[in-house]
Design a protein around this ligand. Structure first.
Ligand SMILES: [Zn+2]
Length: 241
């Protein structure tokens, strides 16, 4: 397999990585990937490097077993199986973000409150946001990481048809039909988590109904170019708020 994917997808992933770092979704850890449209049974993801430092040359192409099909020599991420399994099980998914975002983590461990859409920008959280409990799959005393295809498949099955899954005491994984929408959803999952946590300190609150959430998501999915353009310009100019 010698044919290379269009370079613009790697550039888009560089921009996505830098946006997600700028927005505090990713820090020294976490990753974003995209299905390769030329070889849709493979995906592009950077080598094992901090997302804020990723460049065009850092990407590698993996298959759904997490194997580097081009023998790039790069060291892959340990948790590449998150991406591999979801792309295998969800043909509608073309981009994935995995992060350990601190504001989202409380909802992965709370026994009282689930993450739910509380604002119009996060209508994609409609339905139940699943939580992957690693212990429920027999992994007792493990390091919480998705280390192999079996664990990746468990996570993908737990995700079902949803856009976001939380991972207890670990982080979240966000999926979308394209890179820009995956970035949008990752950013607004984080914003929603902050808003919901603030509302919880005030007592009872009103979340969006599933109908409101679906209607808002349909509107916002057609609007995400606006946020992408802003964030892309910010990272290009290294302008931060
Ligand atoms: Zn992780």
């Amino acid at each position: 397999m010698t044919k290379h994917p269009a370079p613009d997808l790697r550039d888009e992933l560089v921009t996505a990585s830098r946006i997600l770092f700028m927005k505090d979704i990713l820090d020294g850890f976490g990753h974003v990937s995209a299905r390769d449209p030329e070889f849709p049974d493979t995906f592009l993801i950077s080598r094992n490097i901090a997302p804020g430092l990723v460049t065009h040359a850092d990407f590698m192409r993996l298959d759904f077993n997490g194997i580097d099909v081009e023998d790039s020599g790069h060291r892959p991420f340990l948790e590449r199986f998150i991406h591999a399994s979801i792309y295998r099980q969800r043909p509608d998914v073309n981009a994935i973000v995995h992060s350990h975002t601190p504001s989202v983590l409380p909802f992965s461990i709370s026994k009282r409150k689930s993450l739910e859409p509380v604002m119009h920008m996060s209508g994609f959280l409609s339905g139940e946001v699943p939580v992957y409990e690693v212990r429920d799959h027999g992994h007792v005393g493990c390091d919480m990481l998705i280390r192999n295809s079996d664990m990746g498949d468990e996570l993908a099955r737990s995700l079902g048809d949803e856009a976001v899954i939380l991972m207890r005491g670990h982080g979240m994984t966000v999926v979308a039909p394209d890179v820009r929408l995956a970035v949008f959803r990752a950013v607004y999952t984080e914003v929603n988590a902050r808003v919901q946590a603030m509302a919880l300190t005030m007592g009872e609150y009103t979340a969006l109904t599933s109908e409101e959430a679906l209607a808002a998501d349909e509107t916002n999915s057609a609007q995400n170019q606006r946020t992408w353009s802003l964030w892309e310009t910010q990272v290009q100019n290294e302008v931060t708020r």
